[in-house]
Write a protein that binds this ligand. Structure first.
Ligand code: 0RQ
Length: 502
């Protein structure tokens, strides 16, 4: 089948450089792209080159850049390096972009991903001038067949004044049938989302668009650029082991069954180790209602352990992305890609009673969690979907090594220097020393559990802080505000949270 099956849109084919000329300085540009998959591959470089040329001539050129979530070096990376972005929204994880944000060269704001499409269509970021969306194919009616992710594409295409489509022939045509496109509608009169089980399909396999808004179609043949995972290290294995102990204990307490565990999983080394552990576990018919499909889920599907995985996009290593491409006709029996508003919707997450599992930067002794800002200031990535799932899960869990930077930083601190998930949302925290089950406990009852999963070197310091805070401020949540950030202050002054000579 031709990749561009619509005659009118075939007539709009042009080069990426020509299409970039249609995007003026100051434009609000909303694109596909979610965790290294399905992002536009040609336009970002063309826009970056345009920005560099204009900057060299002393002329301004910057756009506001809205996406589904993080993209890749050939999208977020090139645009950040060219200083081509004024404001970026939402989630990013690119090193060059992180640097530009933390150096103040670029504005950045992230929020719970389930809210982002609504915020954009409501005009929080001004009107959307151009949507740039990757598709695997355009059908005869001009509908888009999504590539390796859906993200905010539907709402961006609906909201934008102009549309540019990148048709990427690297993406398998067999991806057709994987997507389940459903518009959640608008209030007043918005209906419920009729997903009652993880694998329910409620929409179409394509995105219908207003063809008259399309100003350019650009043909590409370029791979998604996901970073490969690090090999699973000893600490990750230990954390995964404790997480699996937690699941086993949930079965013992009658809160979970070996059949039909519904998971959400953040991305990274430790979540991958958890999935590797599940391969050898007693759990069967595992289901994912999550944000991204990862290597570990593909392994679980291959092993017959996972029956269905629902997400908005892929976050696969290059090797697994290649495999997905080659065997998409097989995997689409197990995998559903949905609009971000649906994959992360609180209504469905609540209904499915799932167990969420995400990474963190630091947690404090009372269970407040920082996922985003190192020492309260330096952005790492963003909150992404972690809040959507943490707030609405049946049980929310977080996994973390007890220390970062070879022990110079403790992941358990007296007071989190930035709080993304409050003590009201965070329920279970897992490190290589065990799991702290905070459910049903008052703040002070939580402290010994949190200290028990801290690194042994930091436990006496945390205990001393708590004893001191309790003695000087014997209230519900004891704190001595003059000392609450002493770990962070010491880190800033000496490069380590550990006192000299300790
Ligand atoms: O940096 O590689 O330079 O050493 O942070 O840390 O331990 O490898 O863990 O990859 O799971 O990332 C919270 C960032 C954890 C991630 C965060 C440094 C550490 C290392 C990575 P180096 P690890 P992870 C759905 C879910 C928010 C979004 C989310 C995240 C690097 O999980 O972005 O959950 N979460 N989305 O050394 C200084 C500390 C640190 C620290 C770790 N306390 N201080 N540096 N690091 N702790 C997916 C989406 O929403 C798209």
């Amino acid at each position: 089948m031709p990749r561009i099956d619509n005659a009118e849109l075939r007539g709009k084919v042009m080069s990426a450089d020509e299409a970039a000329q249609l995007i003026p300085h100051g434009a609000v540009v909303a694109t596909s792209g979610f965790t290294g998959a399905a992002y536009p591959k040609a336009l970002p470089t063309a826009i970056a080159n345009r920005a560099k040329d204009l900057h060299d001539r002393g002329e301004p050129y910057q756009i506001d850049f809205l996406t589904g979530a993080s993209t890749a070096p050939d999208c977020d990376g090139v645009l950040a390096e060219a200083d081509a972005i004024r404001l970026r929204f939402p989630y990013q994880s690119d090193p060059s972009m992180r640097q530009a944000i933390n150096e103040g060269r670029m504005g950045y704001f992230d929020t719970h991903l389930s809210h982002t499409a609504r915020q954009v269509t409501a005009g929080f970021f001004g009107k959307v001038d151009v949507a740039i969306v990757e598709a695997t194919r355009i059908d005869a009616d001009g509908n888009l067949i999504p590539s390796s992710g859906v993200g905010n594409n539907v709402e961006f295409l609906d909201a934008a004044e102009k549309i540019i489509i990148e048709v990427n022939s690297w993406q398998s045509e067999d991806l057709e049938g994987m997507a389940d496109i459903y518009r959640i509608g608008a209030a007043p009169g918005r209906q419920h989302i009729p997903i009652y089980a993880t694998g329910d399909r409620i929409g179409t396999t394509y995105i219908d668009i207003d063809v008259s808004k399309v100003v350019a179609v650009v043909e590409t043949d370029l791979p998604d650029r996901n970073a490969p995972f690090k090999p699973i290290d000893h600490v990750s294995k230990q954390i995964a082991g404790h997480f699996l102990d937690f699941l086993e204990d949930e079965v013992r307490f009658g809160r979970l069954r070996y059949d039909g565990y519904v998971m959400q999983s953040g991305v990274g080394n430790v979540p991958n180790a958890v999935m590797a552990g599940l391969l050898d576990s007693k759990f069967e018919n595992i289901q994912a209602y999550t944000e991204v499909i990862q290597d570990g889920m593909v392994d679980l599907i291959d092993a017959g352990k996972m029956s269905v995985a629902s997400a908005t996009s892929f976050s696969l290593s290059p090797e697994y992305a290649q495999k997905m491409n080659e065997e998409a006709a097989h995997y689409r029996k197990y995998i559903i890609t949905r609009p971000l508003q649906v994959s992360n919707h609180p209504e469905v997450i609540r209904r499915l009673d799932l167990i969420s599992n995400n990474g963190l930067i630091e947690a404090d002794i009372y269970g407040n969690v920082n996922s985003t800002n190192v020492s309260g200031s330096r952005i790492m990535n963003g909150i992404g979907g972690s809040g959507d799932f943490t707030r609405n899960a049946f049980t929310s869990t977080f996994i973390t090594p007890s220390v970062a930077k070879h022990g110079a930083i403790s992941a358990i601190v007296p007071f989190a220097s930035h709080i993304d998930h409050t003590e009201h949302d965070a329920m279970v925290i897992v490190s290589e020393y065990g799991y702290a089950d905070l459910r049903g406990l008052s703040p002070q009852e939580r402290v010994p559990r949190m200290i028990a999963i801290a690194h042994p070197d930091y436990r006496p310091l945390l205990q001393e802080y708590f004893d001191h805070a309790k003695a000087t401020s014997p209230q519900q949540t004891p704190h001595d505000l003059a000392r609450a950030f002493e770990f962070h202050l010491r880190l800033a002054e000496t490069g380590s949270m550990m006192p000299r000579g300790a």
